[in-house]
Design a protein around this ligand. Structure first.
Ligand SMILES: Cc1cc2nc3c(=O)[nH]c(=O)nc-3n(C[C@H](O)[C@H](O)[C@H](O)COP(=O)(O)O)c2cc1C
Length: 516
């Protein structure tokens, strides 16, 4: 048995990193500002290859972009450098600079826990019209690529994914990685969850940008870790590859073999004076690794348990009509987004909530979500203030496009408590929780199912963010008390685990800052 199938590793990690009132109150961990990690991976010896940075705004209406349906996987579409620059910027580029007493903060296209930005993007491409075949790192700090290897290394990823069809057709691929310490500085071992949360928000943006740029794209979570980490020359004690994203599609196939992968040992700028190792992160990542031989049977269909018929009152969704949607292109929305630091105690409309839910749950093209439309997640809501909807708890009935009322009541206090005692979830109009039933997911996908579940939930959360912004509403990701959330939504949610939380509401007068 390979480590992936001993799923006690997932339970050990998941249970050990749950938040509870007690665990948060008694955790002695303080923030060591002297040792604050650099938010960028900077290769100190590689020459930057500046990316083009001027273009007319990418303007597909955000709503069609979030749904992400505009490009067919088989369309012949080969990106050039400008297209890749747009995609990288809209996924992980710097969109805002803010000066504080302690220095300057650079905010990015996608939300990230603690604004610590531990997710990096690498590009692996064949020969493009204006970029030689190679392996490149994207540096948001100077909006440039740096070439780690010249040559067409796509066969490495094709083999690592066991010839996943979108990977095999891709002229270019992006790989998401995390350098754990950059997030673990604050969040300790819980960072392994954040790897997928923060990659998920980046990927939600990337999928929307891909749709706007008419690039076929897909999330590939099943790949042989060892060889991908080697290709990117990652230091596997500190870093890991999380997901592959084939970008574009071409019948012109990659060569059968890639050049040899020599170790590079490229120096990078130190992140902080010292780094603390959290073995639980490495243990969970190792336990969820797979080999190329396993990948083929790993990916594919997932049959969720049949859903029981609703017993509570149903509220069929009533999304806004196309004419009623605010105008605004995707790039404008991403450039101006920011997580809400305070919500006004006001209502949003049921039509707005309906639109957000439908946008966010239209399906993610991923190798573990076959057939298209398959999902691992269920959405549970705490409705504080939505016009035409009684306050209370709900479960989203995806198959009926309706909300089922679980418990009516005014629950702002409880919402605040469950969201780690913060004001944001109490003041928001609605809290949208993604929950999953881990046992069947782990049975089907092994420990790597945990990665997949966190990732899909985070992509949905990232889509909620984008949909809310495009309706001129405010949103923020939030963390939560794990078991208490499950209990709160039970008996309906009994046996489920919380993966992601997004709160949505009306923006209050904007206060800038990072908290949580
Ligand atoms: C998964 C996730 C969880 C978050 N949790 C919290 C939270 O508990 N409290 C909070 O104030 N902000 C939270 N945030 C918001 C981040 O602090 C915010 O994204 C970050 O500071 C970057 O700012 P921006 O989103 O405005 O660009 C969360 C964001 C994400 C993506």
């Amino acid at each position: 048995m390979t480590p992936n199938w001993d799923v006690t590793a997932t339970w050990t990690y998941h249970d050990a990193t749950k938040h509870s009132w007690e665990s948060v109150r008694t955790n002695p961990h303080g923030l060591d500002w002297e040792n604050y990690p650099l938010a960028f991976k900077i290769y100190s010896t590689l020459e930057p290859l500046p990316l083009p940075h001027e273009w007319p705004p990418v303007s597909l209406e955000t709503f069609s972009a979030i749904a992400g349906t505009s490009a067919d996987q088989n369309d012949e579409r080969i990106p050039d450098l400008l297209t890749l620059a747009k995609l990288l910027f809209l996924s992980a580029g710097i969109t805002k600079r803010r000066t504080y007493s302690g220095g300057e903060m650079y905010f990015r296209a996608a939300a990230c826990t603690g604004a610590l930005y531990h997710i990096d993007l690498y590009l692996v491409c064949g020969e493009l019209s204006d970029l030689p075949a190679g392996v490149y790192h994207f540096g948001p700090h100077d909006f440039a690529l740096r070439c780690l290897r010249l040559g067409d290394y796509r066969p490495v990823l094709i083999q690592a994914s066991s010839e996943e069809p979108a990977v095999a057709r891709a002229p270019a691929l992006l790989v998401c990685t995390s350098t754990y310490w950059r997030n673990a500085w604050k969040y300790q071992a819980r960072t392994y969850r954040h790897c997928f949360w923060d990659a998920g928000t980046v990927l939600a943006n990337m999928l929307a940008a891909g749709a706007a740029l008419k690039l076929p794209m897909r999330i590939v979570a099943g790949f042989a870790d060892g060889v991908v980490n080697q290709l990117l020359d990652l230091d596997t004690d500190r870093e890991g590859a999380l997901a592959l994203v084939p970008v574009g599609s071409s019948a012109r196939s990659a060569p059968d073999t890639a050049p040899a992968i020599e170790p590079l040992h490229l120096p990078t700028v130190p992140l902080s004076q010292t780094e603390v190792d959290y073995p639980a992160i490495r243990a969970m990542h190792t336990a969820s690794t797979v080999t190329a031989d396993e990948v083929l049977s790993w990916r594919g269909t997932f049959s969720a348990r049949p859903v029981s018929p609703p017993t509570g009152q149903l509220f069929p969704l009533v999304p806004l009509g196309v004419q009623e949607l605010p105008e605004g292109g995707l790039e404008h929305v991403i450039r101006h987004r920011g997580s809400s630091r305070a919500f006004a105690l006001e209502t949003i409309t049921f039509a707005q909530l309906s639109t957000i839910l439908l946008q966010a749950t239209g399906g993610v093209s991923a190798d573990f979500l076959e057939p298209v439309g398959t999902t691992l997640t269920s959405l549970y809501l705490i409705v504080n203030a939505v016009d035409e909807l009684p306050a209370g708890t709900y479960v989203f009935r995806r198959e009926r496009k309706a909300l089922e009322l679980l418990q009516e009541g005014h629950l702002r206090r409880e919402a605040g408590y469950l969201g780690l005692g913060q004001e944001l979830p109490a003041d928001a109009s609605v809290n949208i929780y993604c929950l999953v039933e881990l046992p069947p997911i782990l049975e089907r996908f092994g420990n790597r199912g945990y990665r997949a579940a966190q990732l899909e939930a985070a992509i949905i959360g990232g889509k909620v963010y984008l949909a809310a912004y495009s309706l001129r509403l405010a949103a923020t990701g939030l963390t939560f008390f794990d078991d208490e959330v499950t209990q709160f939504f039970s008996p309906h949610a009994a046996g489920r685990s919380v993966m992601f939380l997004t709160a949505v509401g009306k923006p209050a007068k904007r206060r800038v800052g990072i908290s949580q």
